[in-house]
Ligand binder design. Structure first.
Ligand SMILES: Nc1ncnc2c1ncn2[C@@H]1O[C@H](COP(=O)(O)OP(=O)(O)OP(=O)(O)O)[C@@H](O)[C@H]1O
Ligand SMILES: [Mg+2]
Length: 406
């Protein structure tokens, strides 16, 4: 080494990128490869090294339904642009016929209804989601295997040249855009690889590495059979999402419950805390997840069995500001039951959610003004998510499990 040479470490990430990665990790369970792909892309973009005249990235997400393909994109939008909806999302199934393409790009001038069509993909629409200091946009094509030929032609152009010509000949520049495409092609074959509830992998009889390789091969083979080489060659990164196992689904539930708790703490009508017992969680997992649909119906189950009843309790003033409510499973009547465990469980319930502080008797070791997140990590009071990280969510899960065993 010459005098003055300084060895450099290209693996160190910028602070901004590390934070992005951490925030993604807090929202997405497993799917490391997908998270990694996005993080790398972000790093290249923020360094200004993305290739000109091409989209920032063309990513294809494969894998079974309910495994987080769409969620990953939404989570990234939430982190970077403050809203999961800061993504232009095209459901390819809705654009099967050529005339429907007009909804996407508008019809040529002079056509009947020309003035009424508002194309979905426009420069303005892309810009609307951007941040002043982050001129990046997300475009998502969901279920691309259902796209019509006309849509494929458009897509091929976008992936290659980063431009789209609208019906009225305006051009949309996609060189600041990440194009995500998802498909659950091969998903049913992948689920079959797993067999036996929840895609639970019995590590003794099937080494994990093997299964992972098989999952990948199955998905990629299905994609190669279905999609033209022309298309596959334009993909920068193909990521295969894996079916979630039981533990991962539990962590997803933990995150989702945390989101509900945050929603409750954000309401104006009454901020309260809730916790769901293990039996209650098992019930929600049974209702909201399965091998075929992954975590697809988890949100729905939470809304139906937890959020609606809580809303009713709040509307009828059975639950009040600052209460701690416990949701438990009643095996006899086969329903979730709700009990008010404590009043005045929150200090400063009037303030914003971030300021909400759980009031806890100092006898149990926590100070009077323990922040909500800290309590969230306390296994006995897991009610009070949002846990700051999935690690915290997992930790609190493990804590609870240990406790229920003892
Ligand atoms: N890996 C994950 N991490 C966190 N949440 C997840 C994960 N996978 C699924 N979920 C939850 O399940 C819901 C459904 O997942 P998502 O919409 O991402 O499925 P998908 O893989 O896009 O399925 P499809 O192929 O049917 O579109 C998400 O909104 C999220 O609540
Ligand atoms: Mg999806």
């Amino acid at each position: 080494m010459d005098r003055g040479d300084l060895s450099l470490d290209p693996n160190i990430r910028s602070v901004e990128t590390s934070e992005f990665q951490k925030a993604l990790r807090a929202k997405i369970v497993g799917q490391d490869e997908g998270v990694q792909a996005l993080v790398e892309l972000f790093q290249v973009f923020t360094a200004g090294l993305n290739s000109p005249g091409r989209p920032v990235g063309n990513l294809l997400f494969l894998g079974p339904t309910g495994s987080g393909k769409t969620r990953l994109v939404e989570a990234a939008a939430e982190i970077l642009f403050n809203s999961p909806r800061a993504v232009i999302k095209i459901d390819c199934a809705e654009f099967q016929h050529s005339h429907e393409i007009a909804k996407l790009i508008g019809s040529p001038p002079g056509y009947l209804g020309h003035r009424e069509t508002h194309p979905l993909i426009t420069q303005e629409a892309l810009a609307a989601n951007q941040r002043e200091d982050l001129k990046l946009s997300f475009l998502l094509f969901d279920e691309i295997e259902k796209a019509s030929d006309a849509l494929w032609q458009l897509l091929l152009g976008m992936l290659d040249k980063a431009t789209l010509t609208l019906g009225d000949n305006r051009r949309v520049d996609l060189s600041q855009t990440v194009i995500f495409m998802t498909s659950n092609l091969g998903g049913s074959d992948i689920s079959e690889l797993f067999g036996g509830g929840y895609g639970f992998i019995k590590s003794e009889d099937k080494p994990m590495l093997d299964i992972n390789q098989k999952v990948e091969r199955t998905a990629v083979e299905a994609a190669r059979r279905k999609f033209s080489p022309e298309f596959m060659n334009r993909i920068d990164k193909l990521v295969v999402f894996h079916p979630l196992d039981r533990d991962q689904l539990e962590t997803v539930l933990e995150i989702e419950l945390g989101m509900v708790q945050k929603r409750v703490l954000d309401t104006a009508t009454g901020k309260f805390l809730f916790r769901v017992t293990d039996a209650g969680r098992d019930f929600l997992l049974e209702e909201g997840t399965d091998q075929r649909y992954g975590a697809r119906h988890l949100k729905r189950a939470i809304e139906r069995f937890l959020v609606y009843p809580l809303a009713n309790l709040l509307a009828t003033q059975q639950v009040r500001m600052g209460d701690l409510v416990r949701a438990d499973w009643d095996g006899v009547h086969k329903e979730l039951t709700f009990v008010r465990e404590r009043e005045g469980a929150l200090i400063n319930p009037e303030g914003p959610a971030e300021d909400a502080v759980a009031a806890t008797p100092s006898a149990d070791g926590l100070g009077k003004d323990t922040p909500v997140e800290a309590i969230a990590e306390e296994p006995t009071r897991t009610a009070v998510l949002p846990a700051a990280t999935p690690a915290a969510a997992r930790q609190s899960l493990q804590g609870r499990k240990k406790e229920s065993r003892s």
